[in-house]
Write a protein that binds this ligand. Structure first.
Ligand code: PEP
Length: 244
């Protein structure tokens, strides 16, 4: 269960969140729990979660380790700050910051080289779904962004299926729609990396997951977890999603 805070909260608000959140998930051992705050809040999140089962992630990274790349942060920097995870290829990065399948692949390799666990996002836009192109889009994103990994690299990643039309809109994919998309992705994984890998890769669903719809989504065997945006900002809300 992963939370993406996007560009919300400062360091003091980060510490305050965990003070309320950690006691509410103290007995949750059925899943991994990860929060991805803005990078500036990673030290506060790492300090607040020390000794707990909650992991911390970044929301993006650049694929070079260091250099003249103003405004960027690298995998080794994220790792040194104490985070273990990183979201890659979020649709907001694709829509607003020029992320492509090729750069998703570069970032994923860089994250793995730095010892981070990537959560790689894929998903179709509304127009693509309405045009019946969901499978083609997911296939293209998988082939361009993930199929270039070695089997050893691929075994370490988590995929998040996030239909763009469901992100921040309050429109959730029905559990059946989400499961269908997960099956498409898993079939690509099987074709490229084999049945064992397809069975073991974790595929999260993301897009307006809330305390009142998480149960139905998680009832689908195809759905291994959730990547949660808005509803991860409030401690009780994210805790009840984790404790679905
Ligand atoms: C996200 O940011 O990854 C996301 C799924 O957002 P929301 O839950 O707010 O739709």
């Amino acid at each position: 269960m992963a939370g993406n805070w996007k560009m919300f909260k400062n360091p003091a608000e980060t510490s305050a969140f965990f003070e309320k959140f950690l006691p509410q998930v103290a007995s949750a051992t059925h899943c991994e729990i990860v929060l991805c705050p803005p990078a500036i809040n990673i030290p506060a999140a790492v300090a607040a979660t020390a000794g707990s089962r909650v992991g911390v992630g970044a929301q993006n990274l650049y694929w070079k380790n260091e250099g003249a790349f103003t405004g960027e942060i690298s995998g080794p920097m994220i790792k040194a700050a104490g985070a273990e995870w990183v979201i890659i290829g979020h649709s907001e990065r694709r829509q607003f910051f020029g992320e492509t399948d090729a750069t998703v692949l570069e970032r994923t390799k860089a994250a793995l080289a730095a010892g981070l666990k990537p959560i790689v996002c894929v998903g179709e836009m509304l127009a693509e779904r309405e045009a019946g192109e969901t499978e083609a889009v997911l296939t293209q994103q998988f082939d361009g962004g993930l199929a270039g990994l070695t089997p050893e690299q691929f075994a370490q990643i988590v995929i998040a299926y996030e239909p763009v039309w469901a992100i921040g809109t309050g429109k959730t994919a029905t559990p059946e729609m989400a499961a269908d998309a997960h099956r498409i992705i898993r079939a690509r994984v099987e074709a490229k990396f084999g049945g064992n890998t397809a069975a073991s890769v974790r595929i999260l669903y993301g897009g307006s997951v809330k305390p009142d719809n998480v149960k139905g989504l998680m009832a689908q065997p195809e759905i291994d977890g959730a990547l949660v945006g808005g509803a991860s900002l409030e401690p009780s809300s994210f805790a009840s999603i984790v404790n679905f």
